[in-house]
Design a protein around this ligand. Structure first.
Ligand code: PRP
Ligand code: ZN
Length: 298
């Protein structure tokens, strides 16, 4: 394996897999990956993607098997607590917060079971793959309960009689629904993050980490951004600037033959809704055009 190629660990199959690959694609990465292969080879960047279980990602980065990891904050926090319990400090560094993979670690009870807060948790058996986060939650509330640590398929534990309730990730809620479970309390909110090894990397690799992070920032910025163009009377400028959502400094261009009118071009860092366009029109704007932004580099 080429020592100067970056290695990034990504979830093999799960909630984060598709959005992670989608983001990397938007960053310009072309991956060649055979069926069931554990590694994707970056054809146009010195970057390879390792497909692994998400729970293994913090260790792979800590142990310098991978330089970077893309993982849920939930997995990361669980690992931090586990390491702390064993008297170790986490060695991975969190370098980016990503705008996908939003979910929550929640308590859920079987449908039809009443839930009245702490008193309904006390003394119960709770199945989870996140024992440290659950333990922290219980301790902070001074609740004693029986944590049943499983390695997967937590949602079927109540039906199998192994637990009274579960503590698991909820994103769309379809897993809970399919298993006749009801979400009752949030233990932690989560989203995807990028971690890196604390080790100094060779300059060639470090430069690519920087370039990739800059591209990720750009990709995240443009997601909601729009480029808007319109004509307006000069006198309406202050009102129109006020109405443009999330734009700092619009470009004002004179219109040949119309001394009282200007063209305004602006990047809006928020989506532009029909309501905004209608308000702009009311303020005097015409020839409105809204375009998606593909790439942005500050
Ligand atoms: C989590 C969780 C559920 C699912 C919930 O799995 O374990 O299976 O997501 O999502 P939903 O509310 O949209 O149905 P994840 O992909 O994080 O991987 P895991 O198997 O490692 O837990
Ligand atoms: Zn997992």
């Amino acid at each position: 394996m080429d020592e100067l190629r970056l290695k990034l660990a990504v979830q093999k199959s799960g909630r984060l897999t598709d959005p992670s690959l989608d983001m990397l694609g938007r960053c310009g990465l072309k991956l060649s990956r055979g069926k069931d292969q554990l590694m994707g080879f970056g054809e146009n960047m010195p970057l390879d993607v390792l497909f692994v279980r998400d729970d293994d990602i913090p260790d792979l980065v800590q142990e310098d098997v991978c330089d970077l990891g893309l993982v849920g904050l939930n997995v990361l926090e669980e690992k931090r607590l586990e390491l702390r319990e064993r008297g170790h400090a986490a060695r991975f560094q969190q370098i980016r917060t990503l705008d996908f993979g939003r979910c929550r670690l929640s308590l859920a009870v079987p449908e039809g079971v009443t839930f009245e807060g702490a008193s309904s948790i006390r003394g119960k058996r709770i199945a989870t793959t996140y024992p440290y986060l659950l333990q922290k939650y219980l301790r902070e509330r001074d609740i004693s309960a029986d944590i049943v640590t499983l390695s997967g398929a937590v949602e079927i534990a109540p039906r199998l009689g192994r637990a009274d309730m579960i503590c698991d990730l909820v994103s769309t809620g379809s897993t809970l629904q399919a298993n006749h479970l009801r979400e009752v309390e949030t233990v932690m909110e989560s989203h995807a993050v990028i971690i890196r090894t604390p080790l100094a990397l060779p300059p060639e690799k470090d430069e690519w980490v920087e370039r990739l992070m800059m591209r990720i920032d750009g990709v995240q910025q443009v997601k909601e951004s729009k480029y808007i163009m319109l004509h307006a009377p000069r006198s309406a400028l202050p009102e129109i600037r006020r109405l443009l959502p999330g734009s700092e400094s619009p470009t004002i261009i004179p219109l040949e033959g119309f001394p009282d009118k200007v063209a305004i071009h602006a990047v809006c860092r928020e989506n532009v809704f029909w309501e905004t366009l209608e308000s702009l029109k009311k303020a005097g704007a015409s020839a409105l055009l809204v375009l998606p932004v593909e790439k942005m580099l500050a």
